[in-house]
Structure formats: C-alpha cells, structure tokens
Write a new protein. Structure first.
Length: 499
C-alpha cells in the first residue's frame, strides 16, 4: 500500500510516530493509501527546519524569489493534469473540477510572481528639516497553514506562494483525508529552485494542529475549514501570541427577484449548489425566491438537477462525483431524511443513490428541499453536500432580512435585471463576497477572499492585498542626515576630481 510521508527540508521524511491514517478512494470505498500522522516532535522538527531556512530566505532579494516563483508557475502548468488526477483519486471530484481548482490556485502563484510591486513601501521626504520617513514591510518568519479536504491544491496555494514571496518560510498541514496533492506541490516547488526548508509539509490530525498552534517559533497561522474549528484555531493561536486568519463555514444564499431570468437563475443554482458535490464553502445552499416565482423556479431547478450524471471522477462523462467519506455521506443524508418532519417539501431525495459497479463508493444523489423553514436543521447547519434549500419571501426587504439574520456571512448573490435593486443589495447585505447575477462570487487572485460574521475569525481576508499584509509586518524608519556643508573641517565630501 502506498504511504504518504512528510516533506521536510526539501526531501521526503518517513513518519516516526508509528501512527497512520487511511486514505480512501471515494468512488470505490477502498483504502488505497496510508498517511503518516505527525507527532508534536515531528512538527517541531519541521518548524526548526523552516526557522533555519528563514535566516537566508528572509534576506533574499525580490529578484531571487520571483525567479523561483516564475519557474514554479511553469511547472504547475505543465503538471496540472497530474495534480488533478491526485485530487480526483483521493477527494473524488470530477477531473474537470479538479483542473479548475488547480487553475484558481495558479492565480495566486501569478500574483506572487508580481510581489516586487506589492512590497515597494512608501517614502515621504522632507517631513521636517532634512528628515525623511520610509514605511517598509518585512516578513514574519515561520508561518503555518492548516487546510481542508475539499480543495487540497487550491487552498494551500492561497497561502504559501504569497507567504514565501514575502520572505517567510512555511509549514503546511493539509487534510489527512487527501494528502498527496500537497506533497506534489512541495516537490514541484523544490524542482523550481525553492531552497530546502522554505516549504515543508507535515501530515497529521489534531496532535499536529495543536503543535503548530502552540509552537513558539510559528509567527502566524492561516486556516480554512468549518466554523467551530476556525473559532478554536483563532482562540488557541491568538492565546499563544500568533497572528491568525481563520476562515470558517458558510450558508450562502441566492436571492432571486421576480424580474430575474429564471432559466439563468436555475442554471446558476444547480451549478452552485451541486458542483463539487456541494463540498465547498462558497456553494449556494439556500435559494430565496421572492414573490410569485417560487414554484416556477423550483420546477426549473428540479428539471436540471435530474439530468446531472453522477459517477467516478475519472469518468469523463461524470458531472458530479462521490462525497469524501462514507461518514460524511451519511451525515448529509440525515438532513434530507429529517427535512419533511421539519416542515420542508422534499422535491428531490438523493439519499440511497448508488453507481453500478461502484456500489461501495460514497455516493449520494442531488436533493432539493422546498418551503424550508429558517428554524430547521437543514437551513441552520452547513450541510456541505449536494442539498439545496428553497425558502420563500414576499418582498425584497424580507429576503434581505432573512439573509442578514444568518450567523454566517461568507458569500451571497442576487439575480435580477434591476440595477437599482442590485446596488441596494450589494450595500445592504451582510456578507464578505457578493455576486450580482454571479452565483459563486469567489474573487480573482488580486482581490481578497473572506467573509463576515461567523465565516471569518481574524482581521485579514486571504490572498490579494490582505494576504500580503497578513504575511508581512510594517516598519517605519525616520531618518535625519546632516547636510554635507556641516561636515567637520578638513573633510571633503565632494566627488573626486578627475581633471
């Protein structure tokens, strides 16, 4: 059986704890790989390696860093199919979706390639008599990233390319459910010329996470995952004096007004709710239908959802793959099974779905719940699966109030032809990312990603300008030099005379 080990100091390091976790092919249910689970001592070794590498990397020139990043970008592009195959084999998402994940991660590598302009600093001359003031940004040191299973390549690339471009060294703790993509990213970084120890990967569970949160040489922690864990990460790391950005869960709403193009809205709802089997924090999991359009919209969504082909991620005809684990599949199914008892109409029931020839895979079909109440479990919880809830309101104002009452504030969208309504929505809605006729408003790499309320703990969003500020700290230098005319007698500070 294949074993995924750690990557420390530019090479594979075998796990020493004696503890291993299973890695399953979600399409078959078979355990195909085992992953080493790091002890606190192994995490300490990775951090010490990163700390040593920082002594050189933190003083390296911007030209040296960007040379590596440009080479890394080319290698990622050349190996994108290979990385996507690793994602599909361990996460289960279809190959095209995995390729899209790699492409979105590449955006941040490209942003990091332009770090020279982002770290220029500021200068004010003559603020007083012969006094200049300069503001510069410098790296933090060793920083860590703790990333989720749903985007095993993209989310790590949201973090470490910018961190190392800013001069930091990095310790990545990816999800133990699909660890191979992280190792491949690190191997390619080494091939691109990243010095040994600048990027390290340690695999593990809560033991490894806590070791990073408590380690005195880790200056900052980036996290993406569920809200309860994000809150724990933020509380624990902050108590240990670390800078923290912890992105939590979501319940993203799509408000559909009576004037909207219902066909476009239905297409968007299906792709945003069921893409990647709903295992993404920016999935639309609640559609709010305003006025009399509810019945027509639900019917259009149902018609489209019934045509989605579910199958193994490596089958080119599959449009949706399995869920990551059997336990997660069963948890998602429990929300559908309990929905009717809590007042919902089950329009589509995806529980009990199987794929011929892959009966032991972690399969679930698409579920559509209508007339969902805001006090029901299916609405209140982040299901993280292919379940779409439809709620009804009479007015725009009621719809906005419903969305703003949610404890989550990650992303949201409005579908309308009315520019005035769209403008009001983007200003009145309490969420960090807003789409206007765009169902999944994930920002491009040079704008930052992050939510409000229980979807974000910490002051900084991820990547973009916020990411660069997170991975650096400001320093202001005030300088006063005497005028050469004031030099001591007998000293000539003029240019040498050549003739």
């Amino acid at each position: 059986m294949k074993t995924v080990n750690h990557w420390i100091g530019g090479k594979t390091v075998e796990g020493a704890s004696g503890n291993y976790g299973p890695v399953t092919d979600p399409a078959t249910g078979e355990v195909t790989t085992r992953v080493a689970l790091a002890s606190a001592a192994e995490v300490d070794a990775a951090v010490r390696t990163a700390k040593e590498a920082f002594q050189t990397w933190g003083q390296s020139s911007l030209a040296a860093r960007t040379k590596v990043l440009f080479a890394y970008r080319a290698l990622l592009d050349a190996h994108r199919d290979e990385i996507a195959e690793l994602i599909t084999a361990e996460h289960g998402k279809v190959h095209s979706d995995a390729l899209g994940e790699v492409a979105r991660g590449l955006e941040i590598v490209e942003l990091a390639c332009g770090i020279t302009t982002q770290l220029k600093g500021e200068l004010s001359t003559s603020v007083s008599n012969r006094v200049d003031v300069a503001a510069i940004r410098q790296p933090l040191g060793v920083v860590a990233g703790i990333t989720p299973f749903n985007f095993p390549a993209m989310v790590p690339m949201w973090m470490f390319p910018l961190a190392v471009a800013c001069g930091n060294t990095f310790v990545l703790k990816p999800s133990e459910k699909d660890p191979s993509a992280a190792n491949k990213l690190a191997e390619l970084a080494g091939e691109a010329g990243l010095p040994d120890g600048v990027l390290n990967v340690v695999h593990g569970d809560k033991v490894a996470v806590d070791a990073l949160l408590e380690h005195p040489d880790v200056a900052a922690v980036s996290f993406v995952g569920s809200t309860p864990i994000a809150r724990y990460i933020h509380t624990t790391a902050s108590a240990n004096g670390k800078r923290v950005q912890a992105l939590g869960g979501a319940k993203n709403h799509m408000l559909v007004l009576p004037d909207a193009d219902l066909d476009a809205a239905a297409d968007a709802a299906v792709s945003a709710a069921y893409g990647s089997a709903g295992e993404r924090c920016m999935a639309i999991s609640a559609v709010v239908a305003v006025g009399s359009i509810g019945d027509a919209l639900v019917e259009k969504i149902r018609e489209r959802a019934e045509k989605i082909k579910i199958g193994p991620g490596n089958d080119p005809t599959s449009e949706m793959g399995p869920l990551i684990t059997a336990a997660h599949r069963d948890k998602v199914a429990s929300y559908v099974k309990g929905a009717a008892d809590q007042g919902a109409e089950v329009v589509l029931d995806g529980t009990g779905y199987t794929v011929d020839g892959h009966e032991n895979g972690h399969w679930i079909g698409l579920s559509l719940l209508d007339h969902v109440r805001t006090d029901s479990d299916a609405y209140r919880d982040e299901i993280f699966g292919p379940v779409l809830c439809v709620l009804r309101t009479e007015t725009y104002e009621e719809g906005v109030a419903l969305i703003n009452a949610s404890p989550f504030g990650n992303g949201t969208a409005i579908f309308t032809r009315d520019g005035g309504a769209a403008r009001r929505f983007q200003l009145e809605i309490q969420a960090g990312m807003v789409g206007v006729n765009v169902p999944i408003p994930v920002p491009v790499g040079y704008h930052s990603f992050g939510g409000w309320k229980d979807s974000l703990f910490g002051d900084h969003h991820i990547y973009g300008n916020d990411g660069i500020h997170f991975y650096t700290r400001g320093k202001v230098v005030t300088t006063r030099w005497p005028d050469p005319s004031e030099a001591p007698a007998g000293v000539d500070l003029g240019f040498p005379r050549n003739h």
